[in-house]
Design a protein around this ligand. Sequence first.
Ligand SMILES: N[C@@H](CCC(=O)N[C@@H](CS)C(=O)NCC(=O)O)C(=O)O
Length: 380
Amino acid sequence: MQRKTHTAIAVLGALALILAACGGPAPAVEVTREVEVTREVQVEVAGTPQVEVKEVPVKFAEAGDTLKAVIDRGKLLCGGNAGVPGFGYLDPATNQFAGFDIDFCKAIAAAVLGDSEKIEVIATTGTTRFPALQSGEVDVLIRNTTWTISRDTSLGLDFAPTTFYDGQGMMVRKDSGVTALAGLAGGTVCVQQGTTTEKNLADVMRKLSVDYEPLVLADAQATREAYDEGRCDAFTTDKSGLVSQQILLKEPDAHTILNETMSKEPLGPLVRHGDNNWGDVVMWVTYCTIQAEELAITSKNVDEMLGSDDPVKLTTLGVEGDLGLALGLSADFCARVIRQVGNYGEIYARHLGPDTPFNLPRGPNELWTNGGLQYSPPFR
Ligand SMILES: N[C@@H](CCC(=O)N[C@@H](CS)C(=O)NCC(=O)O)C(=O)O
């Protein structure tokens, strides 16, 4: 039998006031109370039949009513990336954010506000991203963030469906002669702080008994530059991140990504734990893009599809039934998303497909009907 005691100590956070006093941006959600919860859990004592009670501290922000906050504000605040081309990138030429992750931010704005352009992207790093969401500075975090058990529980967050199934990789210079992780013995590896990458690197190298020196840096730019300047022999992050950073290196063709995949990195949007309706909104907007691809509904043919004789298409687009209303959205929320942003396949092709510098095969990000993992539950 498991006993769970929740001792809630509400610490009134003055973040909203501080931000207002400093003339900073208005917080996303009014409630920025930090809640500290102690969970008493029974843990098994290894190797014995005994069980002991352990106190696990958990700290998170009160979730608030994010849907209402977004509608009242008329703008969606997304925590994003500024330095990962293809996924989340602040293009210096246009001063606009663009990428695969940014399009999911736009999709939520299209569904909630009827306009995919009503977004503001707040750039975050590996270490600033979770506090930005926990404090209410952003409504949703969409930034190559891996779904892990501890982020889902101890950090007080909830993950929406995975938008990009990835794994960690290792980049080396072609002329180094290194063809496998074992070849990095005695070498230095550049890695970004506050990421799953840091821990996976330690675990994988320990398992392989490879001695190496980590060089830990604050953000993507610092990590890439350290590698480019030859301060380390290899650069590790998610394979998507490596492909992205490669085009920013001085000589992209002089580098290669090893075949080994060091971990599972399911990447997707996340919200504060406790605001279940907002979590559902982000979840079903994400699924809408996948469902539409499966039904061959695209940004080009969506209006034609409103007159389809397929009842599943009609329900998905809100022509029949009103599934969106129970989320606090309009019945046609998914049609708005597809009209303005496109289906999953269109989003993927726009930022990562053959007409981009990345040309990333869909791999596990194919639809389940094509042997991949992307699968939407029924719009029923
Ligand atoms: N998926 C991993 C790694 C994510 C991550 O932060 N990757 C880096 C390297 S590509 C990044 O996005 N940096 C962007 C930045 O610091 O501007 C995680 O969730 O911890």
